[in-house]
Unconditional design. Structure first.
Length: 180
């Protein structure tokens, strides 16, 4: 009998399995892939939030311009909210848009009191106001939206309301122009 054919010199199946390194990259990928996927999903959520916030800002600027140029004088709050919603239909649900328009407060403490507040479930504590004053009054327009976010990825939580949503707020302060 030669040395190669002797059973003691043949590697066992267990020894072959333990010495095999061909599955190393697959095992490493299996360990790292969930982290990479979570980072990509978190980055996509941040990008979506920034895009939605920019979209809300643009719609609020357009609505403020509409009031500033005396085009909203005869509108009700529901009509004005529909006008705002017409600008943001691609990303937002119109029924969830919150609009407040009133005379701008004269001090910083009054400004914080003018901001709507929410309960722990995300409901408004008081109804929003809507009044358009004659020129040359300074006005404040606040447009808000409770954006659904998906938390938990890598421990990130983008919500700032008790109901797990992110309150996006866009505020414009402007002076109504005299009608010409």
């Amino acid at each position: 009998m030669t040395a190669k054919s002797h059973p003691a010199h043949r590697p066992s199946a267990v020894r072959k399995f333990l010495c095999c390194e061909s599955g190393g990259p697959a095992a490493e990928f299996a360990l790292v892939a969930p982290i990479i996927i979570a980072v990509i999903l978190a980055a996509l959520e941040v990008a979506e939030i920034f895009l939605a916030k920019a979209y809300l800002e643009t719609a609020t600027e357009t609505a403020a311009r509409f009031v500033m140029t005396n085009q909203a004088n005869s509108m009700t709050q529901a009509q004005f909210q529909s006008q705002v919603c017409a600008e943001i239909t691609a990303l937002f649900t119109c029924a969830n848009v919150i609009v407040q328009l009133e005379t701008a407060p004269s001090s910083a403490s009054q400004m914080s009191a003018a901001m709507p507040t929410f309960t722990s479930t995300g409901a408004l504590t008081t109804p929003t106001t809507f009044s358009i004053s004659p020129a040359p009054t300074k006005m404040i327009l606040i447009v808000m939206y409770q954006w659904p976010v998906f938390g938990g990825m890598l421990g990130l939580n983008f919500s700032n309301l008790g109901n797990g949503k992110l309150l996006m707020t866009s505020t414009q302060i402007f002076q109504i122009e005299p009608a010409t």
